[in-house]
Design a protein around this ligand. Structure first.
Ligand code: COA
Length: 373
């Protein structure tokens, strides 16, 4: 069987960002207007007053200070509170395609590859802009890549599942070089009127090149020692938006057509599962936690990552052992662990071992154990 390596990564970061203070100011303005508008009902006890959000809570509860977004003005307008992303005509590139192209260019350059070297494109993310044609086919054609392309969705774990799909393709010879992309417009499925979650997500796109070790020439080669995936059904992170929504008018406007979660339960249930999976995966590869130089973890919550790292290592992790990007990017769904890997891999030395690990809705957990060549 062929050996697969990661030979390049890329990152597209939107040009606009929103600080916690800006987000909270807009949210609190909406809350005050709502409470004024419903004052009589609130006083009569028939409507519950909304509570204000706070930057201090957001940073303490999540570690998030800021997030990048595709459209700041629409999100911060208290009368709108969602990004304004105009629908494109069929003749224009879609937004996710544009994001993906930017990330892909960087990954290809890092891998020392041209589009002629790529045989397959996978777009793996939480939310796809349309049902079909596949976003990946649009990206493939826009870049001028031959071969085949397809989309997949495993929510926040889409990237690690996408890497496994790419590894399988390389190992079995169905593709020699795969471009795997994670264009996440999380601001489009976040309920900015929900105090419990309005601060959680940001937008970004990542790209990973997985290829046959025999063709790899990049300085940034990481041998994929193994991939391990796990899924267990849970309703604790859910988004019911889908094409059947238009078949049932009673569902229109319901908040379950955006991201909803039971954050406390997610925290409690997912942390032990993730730590257990990384430990088991290391054991399967006859490695110990001491062998791990770095953990590029999914970026949803700082305390979650600290807890997972501590359980795996048996001691609190140093900051450089489990790099944090969620302070500036927030949760970018599937892109998070790849952003951490992209930004915090240059100091890794030959022979060092690390794990890229994602977790999220499903529940879904994916770990990719790699060794710097
Ligand atoms: N501003 C101020 N206070 C807020 C607030 C806000 N925006 N949102 C909630 N609070 C309040 C709550 O009302 C609650 O008050 P109470 O104690 O008086 O009842 C208190 O803060 C604690 O709320 P809670 O929801 O229990 O906070 P938490 O410490 O669990 O943190 C999350 C919330 C979501 C940050 C945290 O649970 C988390 O990150 N979970 C994992 C999420 C995750 O990984 N999801 C995957 C997504 S793909």
């Amino acid at each position: 069987m062929k050996q697969a390596v990661i030979s390049g990564t890329g990152l597209y970061t939107p040009s606009q960002s929103i600080s916690n203070d800006e987000l909270v100011e807009s949210f609190n303005s909406f809350v005050n207007s709502y409470n004024q508008e419903h004052q009589a009902d609130i006083e009569a006890g028939t409507v519950e007053a909304l509570a204000e959000s706070s930057s201090a809570f957001i940073e303490k509860a999540s570690g998030i200070k800021s997030r990048y977004v595709m459209d700041k003005a629409g999100i911060l307008d208290p009368a709108r509170m969602k990004p304004f992303l105009a629908e494109r005509s069929n003749d224009e590139p879609s937004i996710q395609c544009e994001m993906a192209i930017e990330a892909a260019k960087e990954a290809l350059a890092q891998a020392g590859k041209t589009v002629d070297d790529v045989d397959a494109v996978i777009v793996a993310c939480s939310n796809l802009q349309r049902a079909y044609p596949a976003m990946a086919v649009e990206v493939q054609t826009a870049l001028g890549i031959n071969g085949f392309a397809y989309d997949m969705n495993v929510a926040c774990s889409s990237a690690t599942f996408g890497i496994q799909a790419a590894v399988n393709a390389v190992q079995t010879g169905t593709a020699g070089c795969v471009l795997m992309l994670n264009p996440e417009i999380c601001s489009g499925h976040l309920n900015f009127r929900d105090r419990d979650s309005h601060f959680i997500f940001g937008d970004a796109c990542t790209a990973v090149i997985v290829e046959d070790a025999e063709t790899a020439t990049s300085e940034h080669q990481y041998k994929i020692l193994g991939t391990k995936l796990q899924t267990v059904f849970s309703n604790n992170i859910r988004n019911n938006a889908g094409f059947l929504n238009r078949c049932d008018e009673s569902g229109l406007g319901k908040t379950d057509k955006l991201f909803v979660q039971n954050g406390r339960k997610v925290f409690k249930e997912v942390c032990p599962m993730v730590a257990k999976q990384i430990t088991a995966h290391l054991e399967e590869l006859e490695l110990a936690a001491d062998n791990l130089k770095r953990m590029w973890l999914h970026q949803a919550n700082l305390s979650m990552n600290q807890l997972i790292a501590k359980r795996v290592l048996g001691r609190p992790a140093e900051v450089e052992e489990a790099p944090v990007i969620l302070d500036t990017y927030a949760n970018t769904s599937s892109a998070g662990s790849v952003i951490a890997y992209h930004l915090y891999k240059s100091d890794i030395k030959a022979g060092d071992i690390g794990v890229i690990c994602s977790f999220g809705a499903g529940y879904s957990i994916g770990s990719v154990i790699i060794e710097k060549l």
